[in-house]
Design a protein around this ligand. Structure first.
Ligand SMILES: C[S@@+](CC[C@H](N)C(=O)[O-])C[C@H]1O[C@@H](n2cnc3c(N)ncnc32)[C@H](O)[C@@H]1O
Length: 202
């Protein structure tokens, strides 16, 4: 058996790996330079460039919204955004926020668009992480079904796994079009993918 190399592996020091990524990552630098709270802003921008599902004046519910970079982008477009998350979100002018767990959350009123960037605390155990991700997004889909207006739109983040089909099959029952899209801003090593749903019909 080949001898193990001395020193710490990348996995044994996840914080250093994350910091290393950040220094190298052009989207991280760009987000910092433009005042976005997270590089995720560019994921939403990529999605909206390809699928312009949010218009000025739309009411948008953003699930899993902290720290708030999707909300910043939605605010720039002129949408009326409401952000909800387990964590507090630093105030953004013109945006309302709610602290809640998606599994207890009952939306009030109707929305034109729902965005969900919910992400579980990952364990590194793939099948558990995939299952948690699909559970969160199936719950986000239920919330969307309760509060979307007719012909509304939605976008959901999910880990790309066998569970993806389970999610898209559920989404197809309720939307005219369902597209699976990987924004350029998602790291090539990441399994994140977005399901873009157009034309709510339930
Ligand atoms: C990737 S972050 C979202 C980043 C955000 N879209 C942005 O642009 O700043 C995922 C978020 O999902 C939230 N989350 C995870 N589980 C949740 C739950 N059960 N209920 C509500 N929020 C949850 C986390 O607290 C975290 O803030």
């Amino acid at each position: 058996m080949a001898p193990r190399k001395k020193g710490r592996s990348r996995r044994s020091n996840p914080k250093k790996t994350e910091a290393h990524y950040k220094v190298q990552d052009p989207y991280f630098k760009q987000a910092k330079a433009h005042g976005y709270r997270a590089r995720s802003a560019y994921k939403l921008k990529d999605i909206l460039r390809k699928y312009p599902i949010v218009r000025r004046g739309d009411k948008v519910l953003d699930l899993g919204a902290a720290p708030g970079s999707f909300l910043q982008v939605l605010n720039e477009i002129g949408a009326e955004a409401v952000g909800m998350d387990l964590k507090e979100i630093e105030p953004i002018e013109g945006v309302s926020t709610i602290v809640a767990d998606i599994f207890d959350y009952k939306p009030k009123g109707k929305f034109d668009v729902v965005t969900s960037d919910l992400m579980p605390n990952t364990t590194g155990i793939k099948f558990l992480d995939n299952e948690e991700s699909v559970d969160l997004e199936l719950r986000a889909l239920q919330v969307a079904k309760k509060c979307l207006r007719d012909d509304g739109n939605a976008v959901f983040k999910i880990f790309n796994s066998n569970e993806l089909k389970r999610f898209t099959n559920n989404a197809r029952d309720c939307f005219r079009e369902v597209h699976v899209f990987k924004p350029d801003a998602v790291r090539s090593t990441s399994k994140e993918i977005y399901v873009v749903c157009i034309g709510f019909k339930c």
